[in-house]
Design a protein around this ligand. Structure first.
Ligand code: PMP
Length: 315
């Protein structure tokens, strides 16, 4: 396995060498899961390197921390500018961006409030998350025996490190049985999401995706997909999805920063529709990739230039 690497990491406001971005073993986050993070992509577009929906990701990072009574010791602008600075320092044209906030080394004990807040901004080169073929052929998934956490246990609107223990169980269960991904239900038995992706179904001419109350992360690619579909005149509804609709859907696809727009071709070894990528999924992929590659004008203001930036707008 090749190890991810780049030159520089932004650590608490300063660029340090990759190997020097260390945390203490007594960091609260290592013991109790108190970390919050983002996953963002920078694309090489026709206009130069641009980050997809940077302000929305930075906002979600601040929101995740707010839910957990954690104040990030940097301003919105400092984090946004820090991300641009880190990409420039590593001279990447295209990369994945991982901001991470942790409760560090200070107090030990369950209460995180006494532990200092540390911030890291990392960037690296990362290809297609679910494999190169996945975007065209689709992936095989299983429904997970693990449920998403109940809404009154772990808040799913926070992108917290601890949530990914559940995600890891879903992903491992799928992987050891030869599936690309697992789809988890919420505690009410309705479809929630994949371990790192939101899910959409095409059923009887409508596009359906689980609502925010179904223990999903409110995905930024999900939001973008809804906008792009609606621009094509496709009706998109956010409503509870019973599990069996996964078997009856004409098309299913995942959305996510890492997964982008990935078709699902089978669920529990039952073909989705004809078992190959459907027309709505294909159209959305075309629209999504044309947008992020800068082949169309940035009509929604979703892109932030990296190397000729004039500041990052507030969403
Ligand atoms: N759900 C989960 C659990 C995730 O980890 C992700 C990836 N951040 C998503 C959904 C998709 O969110 P986004 O489109 O903002 O990347």
């Amino acid at each position: 396995m090749s190890r991810i690497r780049a030159d520089k990491i932004w650590k608490n406001g300063k660029l340090v060498d990759w190997d020097d971005a260390r945390v203490h073993v007594m960091s609260h986050a290592l013991h109790y899961g108190t970390s919050w993070f983002e996953g963002i992509r920078c694309y090489q577009t026709k206009r130069g390197s641009e980050i997809f929906r940077l302000p929305e990701h930075v906002k979600r990072l601040f929101d995740s921390c707010k839910i957990y009574r954690t104040e990030i010791p940097f301003s919105w602008d400092e984090i946004s500018e820090g991300i641009l600075e880190t990409i420039r320092a590593n001279r990447f044209r295209e990369c994945y961006i991982r901001p991470l906030v942790i409760r560090g080394y200070g107090s030990i004990g369950v209460n995180p409030l006494g532990a200092p807040v540390e911030v890291f901004l990392m960037v690296w080169e990362w290809g297609k998350y679910l494999g190169d073929e996945a975007l065209e052929k689709g992936v095989d998934v299983r429904t997970s025996s693990w449920l998403r956490a109940a809404p009154n246990t772990f808040p799913s609107m926070a992108k917290a490190g601890g949530n990914y223990l559940n995600g890891g169980l879903i992903k491992m269960e799928a992987a050891v049985e030869g599936f690309a991904e697992g789809v988890a239900m919420d505690v009410n038995g309705y479809v929630s999401e994949g371990s790192g992706e939101n899910i959409f179904l095409v059923h009887q001419g409508r596009v359906v995706t689980p609502p925010v109350g179904a223990s999903i992360l409110s995905g930024i690619t999900r939001d973008s997909a809804i906008t792009l579909l609606q621009e094509r005149g496709v009706e998109v509804v956010q409503e509870q999805v019973p599990r069996e609709m996964l078997y009856l859907a004409d098309e299913i696809f995942f959305t996510g920063t890492a997964a982008e727009v990935t078709p699902v071709r089978s669920v529990d070894r039952i073909d989705v529709g004809s078992g190959s990528r459907g027309p709505i999924t294909r159209q959305l992929q075309e629209d999504f990739f044309a947008y992020v590659r800068g082949e169309v004008p940035d009509r929604h203001g979703w892109m932030t230039a990296v190397y000729q930036s004039a500041g990052v707008p507030t969403p």
